[in-house]
Design a protein around this ligand. Sequence first.
Ligand code: GLN
Length: 526
Amino acid sequence: MKYIVVTGGVMSGLGKGITTASIGRLLKNRGYRVTAVKIDPYLNIDAGTMNPAQHGEVFVLDDGGEVDLDLGNYERFLDINLSSDHNITTGKVYQTVIEKERRGDFLGGTVQIIPHITDQIKEFIHSAAAKELNGEGPADICLVEVGGTVGDIESMPFLEAVRQMHGELPSNEMVLVHVTLVPVDTMGDHKTKPTQHSVKALRELGIAPDIIVARSDCMISAATKKKITAFCDVPVKAVISAITAPDIYQVPMEMEKEGLADVVIEYLGLEKREPDNTWYRIVSREYTSRITVAIVSKYGIEDVYISIKEALKHAGRSLSTEVDIRWLDAETFETADLSEVDGILVPGGFGKRGIEGKIRAIQYARNQKKPYLGLCLGFQLAVIEYARHVLGWEDATSEEMGEGTHVIAILPEQENVDMLGGTMRLGSCTIRLKENTIVERLYGTTDISERHRHRYEVNPDHIADLENAGLVFSGDCGMRMEACEIEDHPFFLATQFHPEFKSRPTHPSPPYIGFVKACRDRRNAA
Ligand code: GLN
């Protein structure tokens, strides 16, 4: 197993996750099997209890792990399925060490950051790296992204563990990549001082980077690279200029041009191979049409729905259709905003705020025959909308939202749950699709597996009434309704599951393909 550890300097938000995923893609294009681990130096056990408006989307894995959104990027770029063990948090490390202490595993010893916490970190990294990858044995190379910025108190034990690993492993088994910012001053000159300082901070921790990825608005010159070389002891070929690409999937191509793959391969003593270009062809397919879709949500922050954004992009690329997203605030949008778009999407969400607006948007999509895609809460609200306006049950609502006729009710196994962390219905399960429905035609099969994250479901007591009124439940997991659609509409599909979590550029998600195609057909017919 070879390791590529990625650290960040100067400031957060430099695209360390995309850089990590892109390095993985470069190696994967050369036939190497690559896996990835994200370290999040916070005390939460996982991202499940974190506010997405502050921290970004909570990504859900097959095994039900609620993890940092970077794992979504790894899965999408590398076309792999990760597990909860691939997201190491301070919370998980301390919890494990403290459990061991209580069991008496360290009997007599004083439990300390070094060696107990650092040993645990190394054990977690090695065991996540060694995990089976897509059912074909372990990977050849493991990327390890250390979240946060060098100098943060929180990341110290992790960087110490990295320092120890570096000493323990043969020199061609670990490469250290440092991602930093090279800002441009008012005169238009690139400034290397922040990079110098962050490399200095790393060195003080006993870590010297092998490769520096310099993030900047425009390509850095040979002279600037030389300066970084002089101050940071990294050869010119290992200073990689990384500008902001118009699309994240173009980042690997840019890094290829800068020679990043060659340097990594040389340092890790890997065999040189010609890269395969299939992935580049897929992600840069020409657009011949363009559509606009509205996403109606209560959050003003797009990071909350990264996977949806990406899934629309994947489906769009496969149909040569550029998807423009208009983010509509569920509490303030006007009907006119909906009339301008080609399709309407209501994503997942929690709590009461904004739901009446979302229901109004769904009603508009149904009545005006505009393509609609509902996801999780967007599925539940489609059922509520149908109950209210087709069945005439004016007080139809979800048990989550308060009093009324609960067409959406708490899952029986959730009734007595009092711990919030990791207790929802989470992860993948097999869903049966009804033959000759929109969703079955899109998947091309009746048995699918998709990921979940919810506590409520369609109330089994009301399924028959809803079906008799024309709502088609086209997917289920036994008594649990998983998808609904309506006939006599160009495209109205909603799912209790989250198909976006499994969408990849190489495997766009079927419901998203159906939605984008319906929007495009509508636009072309207009
Ligand atoms: N709040 C709803 C539930 O818990 C929907 C969850 C979601 O959209 N992820 O069932």
